[in-house]
Design a protein around this ligand. Structure first.
Ligand SMILES: [Mn+2]
Length: 240
């Protein structure tokens, strides 16, 4: 009995080992779990559900096989795959859930989020996020031919890399006051997120309450899954 969490796999045809590890997770440990939550950036880039790339089809087939075995799978969109839509989720047999979402994790209310909403010191990124999450912007973008969307995505990734180098490590991590405000707003003691690629368990006190912020690992070097047991204990499982 356990619930599994992953994020920031950044699956890409250029790095097939990560896709192999994800398939191994779906065919192996995920079959014995109570549920699987994917907290965003499953893909390095997602340009619309009409992009019929072999990678997307392979992952959809594997997720659908897991879902048809009765495993609940839920997905929060990240900053790389925020255009992943209900059509593709339905094909995978998974639920798209809002960012953030509160779940009951074996009796412990737990906030799940991709994590970029917590990075409020990065004003430039938050402005970009607001733009690309606007339904009108998304409709206009998805109406463009795939080639044009691919060119935009490549440019956005290059700009993002330059931006991260320019603003530095601290700015691209979560903002402490936003983390505290989020715990306060939801009135719970645990959150799980990815995005920052800084895996850790942070203990903090908010208004006298002991709170825990669990950060997932990315899959650049190897696959890593966070497991939460019914007693609340957590561990991390390497997947290759
Ligand atoms: Mn991200």
């Amino acid at each position: 009995m356990s619930t599994l969490f992953v994020s920031d796999l950044h699956l890409d045809p250029a790095r097939p080992a990560a896709t192999r590890a994800f398939v191994a997770l779906l065919r192996g440990p995920a079959r014995a779990a109570d549920a699987l939550y994917i907290l965003g950036d499953l893909f390095e880039a997602w340009l619309g559900d009409d992009d019929d790339s072999p990678l997307g089809a392979e992952v959809a087939d594997e997720l659908a096989a897991l879902a048809s075995a009765g495993m609940p799978v839920a997905f929060i969109r990240g900053n790389r795959d925020f255009l992943l839509g209900h059509a593709w989720a339905a094909r995978c047999g998974m639920r798209l859930i809002p960012d953030p979402t509160v779940i009951d994790l074996y009796g412990e209310p737990t906030l799940l989020l991709h994590g970029d909403l917590l990075c409020t010191d990065d004003a430039g990124y938050q402005a970009f996020r607001r733009q690309v999450r606007d339904p009108l912007w998304q409709a206009a973008f998805l109406a463009q031919p795939l080639d044009a969307r691919r060119a935009f995505a490549a440019q956005a990734r290059a700009a993002s890399g330059e931006h991260q180098n320019a603003v530095g490590e601290r700015i691209t991590d979560v903002a402490g006051d936003t983390v505290a405000a989020t715990f306060r707003r939801y009135g719970l003691n645990r959150m799980i997120h990815g995005h920052t690629h800084r895996p850790a368990v942070h203990q903090l006190v908010v208004d006298g309450r002991s709170c825990e912020r669990v950060v997932l690992a990315d899959w650049y070097a190897h696959g890593e899954v966070l497991r939460v047991r019914p007693d609340g204990g957590i561990d991390r499982l390497a997947v290759v």
